[in-house]
Design a protein around this ligand. Sequence first.
Ligand SMILES: Nc1ncnc2c1ncn2[C@@H]1O[C@H](COP(=O)(O)OP(=O)(O)OP(=O)(O)O)[C@@H](O)[C@H]1O
Length: 810
Amino acid sequence: METSTPRRAPAADAAAASSYVSMSPSPSHTPRSSTKAKRTLNNGAAIVASSPSPSPSLAKGGGGGGGVNIQVLLRCRPLNKEELSINTPVVITCNEQRREVSAAQNIANKQIDRTFVFDKVFGPKSKQQDVFNHAVVPLVGEVLDGYNCTIFAYGQTGTGKTYTMEGGGGKTQNGELPSDAGVIPRAVKRIFDILEAQSAEYSMKVSFLELYNEELTDLLAPEESKFSDDKSKKPMALMEDGKGGVFVRGLEEEVVSSASEIYKILERGSGKRKTAETFLNKQSSRSHSIFSITIHIKECTPEGEEMIKCGKLNLVDLAGSENISRSGARDGRAREAGEINKSLLTLGRVINTLVEHSGHIPYRDSKLTRLLRDSLGGKTKTCIIATIAPSVHCLDETLSTLDYAHRAKNIKNKPEVNQKMMKSALIKDLYFEMDRLKQELYAAREKNGIYIPGEQYLADEAEKKAMSEKLDRLELGLESKDKQLDELQGLYDSQKVLSADLSDKLQTLQKRMQETECALAVLEEKYMQANNTIKEKEYLIENLLKTEKVLVDEAHTLRTELENTTDDLSGLFSKLERKGKIEDANKNIVGHFHSQLTQDMNILHRNISTSVSQQESQLKVLEEEMQSFITSKGKVVGGLQNQVREMKESFSSRIAELHGFANELNLKSQLSSEKLNAQVSAHTSDLEDCLKGLLADADQLLIGLQNGLSQQEESLSTLVEQQHEGLTRNVERTKSISATTMNFFRTIDAHALELKRILEESQASHQKQLLQLQTKFEVCAADEEKYLMEKVAGLLAESNARKKNMVWMT
Ligand SMILES: Nc1ncnc2c1ncn2[C@@H]1O[C@H](COP(=O)(O)OP(=O)(O)OP(=O)(O)O)[C@@H](O)[C@H]1O
């Protein structure tokens, strides 16, 4: 969409600007020009060119080096009443959190889901308010910051583009929007709310353009005009501004000061839009519409200079892409649909080229793409709302919309903020515009022609010139085509005469051909008969030759087989010879192995018997040592017993001595002190007790020692017995194993000898049989060969005779 900031500020701007510029209206300021102005739209670049003191520092690049991807939102409408009544299956699933839309496709009885991710996804339950908040609120902010922004709705017919952009038809009550109000009225309300909250000085104007069958019409133009009989229906020209942009000549822009004014304008413009009933939508929009809001806001620089900031919001409702057979479009409707699809196709091609960067972008191929040029790959901030239906019947169109929208996600724009204008420059421009309008008005009043500004006149002239040149070219083309046609006519006449001659000749020739054909048929019959006879003979000869060949082949095969058998037999004999040699060698090896094994076994036997005798002698030595150890132990124990006994005796003698000594003392002292006596007796008893204890201990020790020794003796003797037994068992076992092994080897030996004998016998018998077979085979082969040769000779003689016969017969 071409951003449209005025190159020359119109009278409308002057009127609007008068709200913040102390500018008294000119005496020739008509009431109409104070609210409306005949406008020329052109792009923002013109402002830079015409602005007397551009301030580049204020312009900010929006997209950086690589640009900014345009935003693509997806909205799926709910099933409508008809779809619900016939239980139409739903094939679309929206996942708002994951921003995904999945379409379930049935290909060859397999369900295949295709999933697309968008910048935002709105499911069937989404509200108008949600769409507005996400799609429009950020862009409204950008517009008020001085950017040009475009929101356009794209989708199959009947999927809710108009519903999303304009709303469901609910009426505004007491300035409050109905819940089904679309993006446009909500954007308008928000813009006014923000401007009022900021107490900003601003002016606003709106335009409403319709593109129908590749013709542009102004939806805000009055029904009757002083200057035209039916201006509202008159198509408007889309002009190139020479700087790569376009403008719509004569497009009305209405200055507005409140939201309700815009609602009325919208209602009026929408009412004029071309709509019609199709199978898919009762009120289908048959045209594309572009509603534009241009806002000028006053700002003061830190230096105190007054600047005008300008932003523009374009709200585009595209006509629906449609399947003509499904939408039921006929005649005029079909042409409309064709045009709609054509412009949408061009839009698709533009999107593809932008995404693939594949050279020339075909903006110029349709008015729609010329108008949207700045919004697709230009300096505008753009948001596409793609609309789809959930029903299975719309699946093809839905997939096409999803593909289209998904591809559009990759378009990069390079948003640039519009240059701010200095108020003085703007006022100057406004004065120029007022003068121009005054002159125009004057010329109109005087009825002595129509005033056209020089620039416009030149543009018109250039266009006219280009048109007449084109016409000339077309006329020239037509003339040459006429000449070609005349030439072709002459050629056609001569060809006609020629073809009459040829048809006469053809008839004569046809007669002759029939006669010749009869003669030919007779000849053909004869020829067929002769041919059949020849074929029969040929067949016979062929068969004979085949038989002959087969016989010769068989003889050859037999001969080769015989040769092969002879070869095989000689190979067999040599193999048998080799086998005999190998067997001899094996026999030698077995004999050698047997003697070696016998030797080894003898050595093993000897070793085992030696080791057994050694073990026996060792065991005997051990037994003797144990016996001597036991006897020495017994001696030691006896000595100890004697010593203890001696000690016992000496102790008892000493006790007796002590008794004697006590008695003696008793006698000697007799009546000496009783005390001493008692002490002596006490001592004596103590000593006695002590000695008794010692004796008992010594006894116990001795007994313990004796017990221990006897136990040790017992266990040692048991051990020796066990070892002896084990050893004997081992010796017996080893002896039996060696005997078994010897037996085994003896048996093997015997078997080997037996085997050798059998082998020799079988070898001899084999050789005998083979010799017999060879002689038999040789005799048989010779017989067979002889017989076959005879047979072949007979057959050959027979066939020769037959051939001779045949030759003789023919
Ligand atoms: N999200 C929605 N919620 C409820 N109703 C909807 C929704 N979207 C569309 N509709 C209804 O579906 C019908 C068709 O919608 P609309 O006219 O907006 O489709 P369209 O895409 O503009 O079609 P066309 O291209 O033919 O103009 C209308 O009756 C509208 O109210």
